[in-house]
Design a protein around this ligand. Structure first.
Ligand code: FAD
Length: 426
């Protein structure tokens, strides 16, 4: 049993949706393109799962957040794919790939062949078992990577109102879920080993702004320690957590957000890997010229840093996907991918954006006791990164534009004096 396509997108997440839209813009014919996804639904904006999806009132539900609403583009519903002659092969896991033969084998035993393959398999949530803690399969222990996880979390949340939740991990999943739990009237403790939240991006000063607000909402931060085991009731439900520092916390619900691993396993030994992902060149092409990789799974050259990075952010997924399609369809005219890293988050009524790299000296600006403030990172005499909370559309555009220019900074105190005015003026 088998089918043949010119273009196959493996994975049906954010990158797949944006790639599909780009294929139609570049002129793909009926029946030439398919998307194979383990998930049972058409591509959707994954960031919604920790935000609108978890709201107690009028939560976001599909089809409202199919791609590509995140970029104010069309909403690609299953009907859209049908109308554009794109085959959606959903609920289907690819279990092996042969890049020499240009074939994929699905778990159902179907062989799908391609002329061009775009790998968009994203990443999976790291499990506690990988750190020697068992109990992840208990009914009230939740992870958050896909729609099934989010649906389960929303269900468990509903039965936990007024109870206690423990959030394991202080990254953006932990922070966004903690905010949602508070909004759902659940008492939250956050446990993480770092000295402050968002340890990979925030400075202590930025982190304490958000942590203070979370504390004012009743969130209890337990830092510098990790989960060592769960406490179960006779039915196997978790009732508490034991921490390595010897303390314990009661729990009606546990949410684990401790990082992700890119889904590279199908291609190990066949394609070159780098930084935990699939290595691609500046046209998103892997070590096999018929195979491209995009989104969370790809390690690509970030020109502005002069090195390759694997970025786990939605904007990189959207843009790398579009660029790969352009490179496949218009190989002679597509320039190198020149990406400025961008990351954002929204919790409670906060909203921040970050561009570039968080390297070097930090210069703060704005009002840290108010609602709008930010920071610049200056490395080797150049501005390399910018963070802004509570900015206007124009201000966010300005920090993005100026960060891309990497302007020389001779006088840090002058930059500090000018604050946001520095980018707005340039
Ligand atoms: P994914 O969207 O993960 O899609 C991968 C797809 O491949 C999935 O459908 C998966 O089922 C499928 N797949 C994998 N292996 C196989 C296989 N063998 N066979 C078939 N199908 C397979 N980023 C931000 O910048 N800002 C945010 O606020 C933000 N919030 C987020 C909130 C949540 C809850 C999560 C989970 C992520 C968030 N992100 C955010 C990150 C962002 O969603 C990812 O960077 C983005 O989804 C990556 O897109 P992708 O297409 O590479 O991978």
């Amino acid at each position: 049993m088998g089918r043949a396509f010119v273009y196959v997108i493996l994975g049906g997440g954010v990158a797949a949706g944006y790639a599909a839209l780009e294929f139609t813009k570049k002129g793909v014919s009926n029946g030439e393109l398919c998307i194979i996804s383990e998930e049972p639904v058409a591509p959707y904006e994954r960031p919604a799962l920790s935000k609108g999806f978890l709201l107690p009132e009028a939560p976001a539900r599909l089809p409202a957040f199919h791609t590509c609403v995140g970029a104010n583009e069309e909403r690609l519903t299953p009907k859209w794919y049908k109308e554009h002659g794109i085959e959606l092969i959903l609920g289907t896991r690819v279990k092996s790939a042969d890049v020499r033969r240009k074939t994929l084998l699905t778990a159902a035993g179907e062989t799908i062949s391609y002329k061009f393959l775009i790998i968009a398999t994203g990443a999976r949530a790291l499990k506690l078992e990988e750190f020697g803690v068992s109990g992840s399969d208990a009914e009230n222990v939740c992870y958050l990577r896909d729609l099934a996880d989010a649906t389960r979390l929303a269900d468990v949340m509903q039965t936990s109102t007024g109870g206690n939740a423990v959030v394991i991990g202080g990254g953006y999943i932990g922070m966004e879920v903690a905010a949602s739990l508070v909004i759902n009237k659940i008492n939250v403790s956050m446990v993480f080993p770092e000295p402050h939240c968002m340890g990979r991006l925030f400075t202590p000063k930025i982190a304490s702004y958000y942590e203070d607000f979370y504390k004012s909402k009743g969130v209890n931060f337990v830092k510098g320690t990790v989960l060592s085991s769960f406490v179960f009731d006779p039915e196997g439900k978790v009732t508490g957590v034991n921490l390595k520092d010897g303390s314990n916390l009661p729990a009606d619900l546990v949410v684990v957000g401790i990082g992700i691993r890119p889904n590279t396993s199908l291609f190990e030994g066949q394609l070159t890997l780098e930084k935990g992902g699939i290595k691609v060149n500046s046209l998103l092409q892997t070590s096999n010229s018929s195979v491209y990789a995009v989104g969370d799974v790809a390690s690509f050259p970030v020109k502005i840093f002069g090195e390759s990075r694997r970025l786990e952010h939605v904007d990189a997924a959207r843009k790398s996907a579009r660029h790969a399609v352009a490179a496949i369809m218009e190989p002679d005219t597509t320039p190198e991918f020149d990406y400025l890293p961008f990351f954002y988050s929204r919790v409670f009524s906060f909203s921040w954006q970050f561009y570039g790299d968080n390297l070097g000296e930090v210069i703060y600006f704005g009002d840290f006791s108010g609602t709008s403030f930010g920071a610049y990172w200056v490395h080797k005499g150049h501005l390399v990164g910018s963070f802004l909370e509570g900015g206007s559309k124009e201000e966010y555009e300005a920090i993005a534009r100026v960060t891309r220019l990497k302007p020389a900074i001779d006088d840090l105190s002058e930059l500090e004096r000018q604050g946001l005015g520095f980018v707005v003026g340039l």
